[in-house]
Design a binder for this molecule. Structure first.
Ligand SMILES: Nc1ncnc2c1ncn2[C@@H]1O[C@H](COP(=O)(O)OP(=O)(O)OP(=O)(O)O)[C@@H](O)[C@H]1O
Length: 251
């Protein structure tokens, strides 16, 4: 959390629930056709917590992530980061809040095609409008792209693009990290690297939410939310329960 925030989010004492959504609804209207993609979804993600969102195709996962990221506006309900409402604001304001406080890893990999990996990272850091705790060199090193920092996205392999996208999502040292299928179509090694980095960010206090179909990604989550037809149900993972028991045993 930066102390130099001017928007109230960073100035507040970190809430336990860093990310909270209340009664989110999202209607889509295409001509005569109306789809109710979210039907009253409420959720919270706490500091240091990793939540996986799963559900069948069309259940509203990407719509939910877009609303949480402020990329899309819910038709009803609200989204808050550290208690500050980020939904129902003009798009430019949402973009500013997102740039400062939220890391977003999209399936399209959030990279500008005409910028190198390094310049994509620097752009995200500049948009955050504050000194980042982590340098671009550290970020490319963390994702194993130190040798490819000056390459353009089209010059990278699929796995490298995914890792570069993750470096960009982490460039603003976000309080909230939202990832849409971060491990889709990655080889086992790259999937592990991406998941380890997501877990490490959570260990640093970030609230992490992952939309995923991957059993491996579900395995690293503390909690799993299942979306069905735009509605949310919640379950704890077995791993989470054993981690809690482990912490309890350690005192
Ligand atoms: N821009 C849009 N206009 C109209 N309907 C949309 C739009 N985007 C999504 N939908 C509809 O909203 C519903 C939820 O879509 P969404 O993409 O959120 O599902 P999803 O769970 O992410 O699916 P998948 O796992 O296949 O990516 C679907 O019925 C979809 O057809």
């Amino acid at each position: 959390m930066s102390a130099d925030s001017h928007d109230g989010i960073g100035a507040r004492r970190p809430a336990e629930d860093v990310l909270s959504a209340r009664e989110l609804y999202r209607f889509y209207r295409a001509g005569e056709e109306e789809t109710l993609a979210l039907r009253g979804v409420s959720l919270n993600v706490r500091r240091g917590e990793t939540v996986a969102v799963v559900g069948p195709s069309g259940s509203g996962k990407s719509t939910l992530l877009s609303c949480l990221a402020g990329l899309d506006e819910p038709s009803g309900g609200e989204v808050r980061v550290n208690g500050v409402r980020i939904s129902h604001r003009p798009e430019t304001e949402r973009a500013r809040l997102r740039a400062r406080h939220i890391g977003v890893l999209l399936q399209t990999r959030n990279l500008l095609p005409h910028l190198s990996v390094r310049d994509n990272i620097l752009l995200a850091q500049r948009a955050a409008g504050r000194r980042s705790a982590v340098s671009w060199r550290e970020l490319v090193g963390q994702v194993g792209l130190a040798e490819r920092a000056h390459a353009l996205p089209r010059q990278l392999s699929g796995g490298e693009v995914a890792r570069a996208g993750l470096a960009v999502a982490l460039a603003n040292a976000p309080e909230v990290l939202l990832a849409d299928e971060p491990t889709g179509e990655l080889d086992g090694g790259t999937e592990q690297l991406v998941l380890t980095m997501l877990r490490d960010r959570a260990a640093d206090g970030c609230a992490v939410l992952i939309v995923t179909h991957s059993a491996e990604a579900v395995r690293i989550a503390d909690r799993v939310i299942t979306l069905t037809d735009g509605r949310a149900g919640s379950t704890s993972t077995a791993d989470h329960r054993s981690r809690q028991e482990e912490r309890h045993a350690r005192g």
